[in-house]
Write a protein of this length. Structure first.
Length: 223
C-alpha cells in the first residue's frame, strides 16, 4: 500500500512518513504541487494532501486531478485558520480531511477507512437501495435520498456489512463539519433521522452493541 504524502513542512512530513512506514505503508513524499504531480505514480493507492503548499493549493490540485479522471482517495491536511472550506474541499473531490494539529492515530484511522472503502464492493444493492460511491449518494429505487455527509457515511457502513456495526466503531470514524468527532447523543440523532429517510425497519438496534442493516422491508400494501 503506497501513499503519496504531499506536505511542505519538513518536520510534519518526516513525522508522518515515519508513522505510515511504521504501520506497513510505503510513502512517496512530495513538498510542492509540482512534486506531487511528478510523483503520482501507478503504485500510489491514496493521496494525503496538504492544502497550503508553496506553489499552489491542495484543493485546486485535487480538482485538477478529479477533472482528469483521477479516482484514488484524497485526504486533505488543513491548518486551523487556513482558508479551507469543508464544502469546497469535499466538492473538489476530496474524500476526507483532518485539521492540524491532529492526533496521529486519528489520521491513521481515517487513512485505513479510505483504503478499506476502496476495497468495498463498488456496487452494493440491497432491497431496492444502491450506493453510488462516485457521487456519494444512496439511491432508493433509482432516486437519490437527501442525505447529509454523515448520514451517507453511516448508511454505507451499515449497508456494506452483514454484521453488526458497533456504536464505538461508528463514533471512531464519524465527525461533524467542524472536524470534531461526534458524540454518543449526536450519533443517536443521526440514526433516527436516517431511519426516517430509509425506513426504520432497515436499521436494527442491537442493544448494548450497535446497529445492523436489515433487508427486511415492510409488506407492500395490497388492495
Ligand atoms: Ca503547508
Amino acid at each position: 500500500m503506497t501513499i503519496l504524502l504531499v506536505e511542505d513542512d519538513p518536520v510534519l512530513r518526516d513525522g508522518l512518513a515515519e508513522l505510515f512506514s511504521g504501520n506497513g505503508y510505503r510513502v512517496i513524499p512530495a513538498a510542492s504541487v509540482r512534486e506531487a504531480r511528478e510523483r503520482l505514480t501507478d503504485e500510489v493507492r491514496m493521496i494525503v494532501l496538504d492544502v497550503g503548499l508553496p506553489d499552489g493549493d491542495g484543493v485546486s490540485l485535487c480538482r485538477e486531478w478529479r477533472a482528469a479522471g483521477e479516482s484514488r482517495p484524497i485526504l486533505f491536511l488543513t491548518a486551523r485558520g487556513e482558508e479551507f472550506d469543508v464544502v469546497r474541499g469535499l466538492d473538489s473531490g476530496g474524500n476526507d480531511y483532518v485539521v492540524k494539529p491532529f492526533r496521529m492515530q486519528e489520521l491513521l484511522s481515517r487513512v485505513r477507512v479510505l483504503l478499506r472503502d476502496r476495497q468495498a464492493p463498488q456496487q452494493v444493492q440491497r432491497s431496492g437501495f444502491s450506493v453510488d460511491r462516485e457521487r456519494m449518494q444512496v439511491l432508493k429505487d433509482g432516486e437519490a435520498l437527501p442525505l447529509t455527509l454523515t448520514e451517507y457515511k453511516i448508511l454505507t457502513l451499515l449497508m456494506d456489512r452483514p454484521s453488526v456495526v458497533s456504536r464505538d466503531r461508528l463514533l471512531e470514524i464519524l465527525w461533524d463539519n467542524g472536524g470534531k468527532y461526534i458524540d454518543d447523543n449526536t450519533l443517536t440523532v443521526h440514526i433516527s433521522r436516517l431511519r426516517e429517510k430509509v425506513g426504520a425497519e432497515h436499521i436494527r438496534t442491537i442493544r448494548g452493541v450497535g446497529y445492523q442493516w436489515s433487508d427486511t422491508s415492510s409488506a407492500p400494501s395490497s388492495f
